[in-house]
Design a protein around this ligand. Sequence first.
Ligand code: C2E
Ligand code: MG
Ligand code: MG
Ligand code: MG
Length: 279
Amino acid sequence: EAKESGRNAVRFFDPVMQHSVSERASLEADLHRAVPDQQLQLYYQIQVDSNQRSLGAEALLRWIHPTRGMVSPAQFIPLAEESILILELGDWVLDAACRQLAIWSEADLMRHLTLAVNVSGKQFKQRDFVEKVARILQVHQVDASRLKLELTESVVLNDVTDVISKMQALKALRVRLSMDDFGTGYSSLSYLKQLPLDQIKIDQSFVRDMTFDQNDAVMVQTIIDMAKNFGLNVIAEGVETEAQKLLLEQLGCLNYQGYLFSKPLPIAQFEALLKESVL
Ligand code: C2E
Ligand code: MG
Ligand code: MG
Ligand code: MG
């Protein structure tokens, strides 16, 4: 965490505070105001191929607290997940992301690019989750194939039959599905092959260490080979150095996201980046 906030231009409030009980309670109370008081923002991080051409972006939630400043999602998402607050935040994120996709299609920006949105377990478990997604796409008149939902292995671990049927329904809408933080959870190979996924995202912990830890390099190689054998696209997250990008490329992973290309940016800066010819 310290490493991450140190590298980001925007400073998150002191992470040491996160263990204090009263601190958590106060944050949680404040979090109830986030949606009604319009304290949430989406940041966008570009995803590129091996020629630095843009493939899309991931939307990452930011909470601009009235007195603390920016609070990291690593701190408030787990808090929100303890209650139904996560559903309100999740709805807000989906709506904001689809509204942005609609604006981009109007402006002919991001024309063929996808926007990835993180979905939490509780959110995905809602009985009407698929209908909700369909409704938001409809309201904003967005081409469903430009929306990508990032799920984690913990989501899938729940009720596999229900998860698969929801995923199939989302695929029928033409929404894309990506498995986030792959390799850190417990999903077994046997049901990975049953999931109608489009993409696997190699977790940044493997990417971070792969250039000096042989075990991480083996993990990365295994994930890439497996993704290919299942016919899935594979993207690496947390790519920070040329050496990491090069090794990933050698191992057969041609899609990347990370500080090497850009950190997550507020909308205006992200759009400026998109308009640069290099990406
Ligand atoms: P994630 O979905 O795995 O997102 C990747 C995280 O890695 C982001 O942290 C991003 O800023 C960071 N990152 C990107 N490139 C690099 C890099 O090169 N090096 C390093 N060290 N870090 C990099 P962020 O934005 O703090 O988000 C943390 C987590 O919070 C996300 O992990 C995701 O699990 C969760 N999250 C963020 N937005 C949402 C949301 O809208 N809904 C839900 N349910 N969860 C969200
Ligand atoms: Mg993600
Ligand atoms: Mg991730
Ligand atoms: Mg993560």
